[in-house]
Design a binder for this molecule. Structure first.
Ligand code: 8YV
Length: 320
């Protein structure tokens, strides 16, 4: 039997690249440059497995009939960069890495909440720019988290982990918007909102935890932002396409929103220009899962799916 050929589209932590290399015929992207759609199309014909990341685009055109590739083992939990319907139609399985990046991403949502609320980015820029004139009672006054309402949009693993940190760690009251009430909400005393507008209107902080893709594109549009409570904060560790960034910039400029914290953007690595000059938005470069522990665990999870595929067993994290 021919060895299973695997293409890893970006560098992974060394330990997981090594583990993968010991078991399969692996090609690594030594230069770690993003692959083009043409590179990925060509790879579909010569590899059994492609292990992409969020920085790759796999549109319908990639899934042409007659390709060698039978598994897309995504390194990441979100898979809106892959045309799932086209993969299914071509009989190509798709897996992801759920669970292992929940804590890291929830930690980053709290990082953004605290940075935005306590004006940490502004303060650091001021200090490094040599503009800090010393302590004074009215300097860079922010907002407390304790006693405030956190509205969680999407109450899956990461939404729940963020809510738990905010409630147990910071004394926040939790409300959430989801398709239906969730049993996990009881332990947090979290209030279910059947419609997004009521959640937005009652929340001091809104944190987004919905998957990307057509269903959630522009969910937080100009009208939704107008519905948000004056002086509130928007946090996004989900996907950039969920937010209308022009409307967000406008609300941050007018003071309707006190601040925002973003880790994701619609066309990464581009950042919407309207945000770059605003002091009251924290902008991070998609760091949600960026801990050593999590990135190794993501690799191990992708590896488990590739191993199952090689044995012809059920894929543990199959999404298509
Ligand atoms: C990952 C993410 O690091 O898993 C996801 O969906 O957004 C990130 O935190 C990235 O997707 C890697 O592919």
């Amino acid at each position: 039997m021919q060895p299973v050929r695997v293409l890893v589209t970006r560098r992974w932590p060394e330990a997981v690249e090594r583990a993968l290399g010991e078991r399969f015929d692996v090609v690594l992207n030594e230069a770690d440059r993003p692959l083009t759609e043409a590179d990925l199309s060509a790879a579909m014909g010569t590899f059994d497995v492609i292990a992409p990341t969020v920085s790759d685009r796999l549109p319908a055109a990639i899934f042409a009939p007659g390709n060698r590739c039978r598994l897309i083992a995504n390194y990441g939990v979100g898979y809106d960069h892959i045309d799932i319907a086209a993969a299914k139609a071509a009989g190509i399985a798709v897996t992801n890495t759920p669970g292992v990046l929940t804590d890291a991403t929830a930690d980053l949502a709290l990082t953004l909440m605290l940075m935005a609320a306590r004006r940490a980015g502004e303060g650091e820029r001021e200090l490094r720019g040599g503009q800090w004139t010393g302590w004074r009672p009215t300097h860079l006054i922010g907002s407390a988290l304790k006693g405030k309402v956190l509205g969680v949009v999407g109450f899956g693993r990461i939404g729940q982990a963020t809510a738990a940190r905010a409630h147990h760690g910071f004394g926040m009251t939790i409300a959430y918007f989801a398709r239906s009430p969730r049993p996990e909400a009881a332990a947090l005393g979290a209030h279910f909102c059947a419609d997004l507008d009521s959640l937005l209107a009652m929340s001091d902080f809104v944190s987004l935890h919905v998957p990307g893709g057509g269903e959630t594109a522009n969910l937080i549009d100009a009208a939704a932002i107008a519905t948000m409570k004056p002086g509130s904060y928007l946090i996004n560790t989900a996907r950039g396409q969920v937010v209308d960034h022009d409307a967000l910039a406008q609300a941050l400029r007018s003071g309707h929103l006190a601040g925002a914290g973003l880790d994701v953007y619609p066309h990464e690595p581009q950042v919407p220009a309207a945000l770059l000059d605003l002091e009251n938005v924290v902008l991070l470069p998609h760091l949600g899962s960026a801990t050593e522990e999590t990135r190794v665990a993501m690799g191990n999870r992708a590896l488990a799916n590739i191993e199952a595929f090689a044995k012809g067993a059920d894929l543990p994290d199959r999404v298509a």
